[in-house]
Write a protein that binds this ligand. Structure first.
Ligand code: APR
Length: 244
């Protein structure tokens, strides 16, 4: 990593009055959570996650998609936050900051971050698909999604699938954070999925400096004033003092 760029980024963090942080799957990679577009192993290697993460896929193959989410729940439940998650929890105590994540793994919260804006929902939440409003579960057949005892509706994971709107309050808070920050720190996202990927551009248009942390090139490099090409768990703890 270029030490001059690192020094400059440290200075910008120190000077910033309002920080907007946008994280993606890459920040959890060092916790052992595969990034969204990584090939999955074993049972799931034949499936493209993007093809499973739609309502249409769920209606077509509910047991398969439900089991895929159960598999991810088990994997994520065992994961621990890494130094990047911890560093952001520290930063929030040093600075005025909004943490917006595309991740559904809850690792920021496990590291002690509060008021995390979850743009894509949470892996451990459930909701009803076509529910009757009075839905009540019956014990599920193993492997199948639970169904409502009254109307037969299926339960579905409480995450945002492709083609769905973002949760309204999260969207509002993220837009506001992007519009009102003077520093935007983007960590571990490919910058390919909208509307989240548009937020750093909004910050920049409103005059903010933009720092991208990602060991590989991303679609947001063009928006960045500084790119720090390093793993988040190594890079973030170098950007601000860790003792509070
Ligand atoms: N530190 C920082 N970044 C990393 C690390 C690391 N240790 N390891 C990998 N990365 C980067 C990769 O280089 C890649 O650019 O993390 C990025 C992960 O990209 P994606 O898998 O596309 O994840 P993300 O950008 O969060 O995806 C956005 O897409 O499928 C949807 O809803 C899903 O929230 C997800 C959204």
């Amino acid at each position: 990593m270029d030490s001059l760029a690192l020094e400059q980024a440290r200075g910008w963090v120190a000077e910033a009055r309002q920080i907007f942080v946008l994280t993606g799957a890459g920040i959890s990679a060092e916790s052992g959570v595969p990034t969204f577009r990584d090939a999955l192993t074993g049972l799931w290697e034949r499936f493209d996650p993007e093809e499973l993460a739609t309502e249409e896929a769920y209606r077509r193959q509910p047991a398969l998609v439900w089991q895929w989410y159960q598999h991810r729940r088990e994997l994520v439940a065992a994961a621990r936050p890494n130094p990047a998650h911890h560093a952001l929890a520290v930063l929030a105590r040093l600075k005025s900051m909004t943490l917006v994540t595309q991740n559904i793994d809850g690792l920021h919260q496990k590291a002690g971050s509060e008021q995390v804006v979850e743009l894509h929902g949470n892996l451990f939440a459930n909701k009803w698909l076509d529910g009757c409003g009075r839905c009540d579960t019956v014990p599920p057949i193993p492997g199948d999604p639970p169904r409502c005892a009254i109307c037969g509706a299926m339960m579905r994971p409480g995450v945002v699938w492709f083609g769905e709107d973002l949760p309204r309050v999260a969207r509002f808070r993220a837009d506001h954070a992007a519009e009102s920050c003077d520093l935007c720190l983007v960590v571990g996202t490919s910058g390919l999925v909208y509307p989240a990927a548009a937020l750093p551009g909004v910050a920049k248009e409103n005059g903010a400096r933009v720092i991208v942390v990602n060991p590989k090139p991303s679609a947001l490099d063009e928006t960045a004033d500084i790119v720090l090409p390093a793993p988040a768990g190594e890079c973030l703890p170098l950007l601000w003092p860790q003792a509070v």
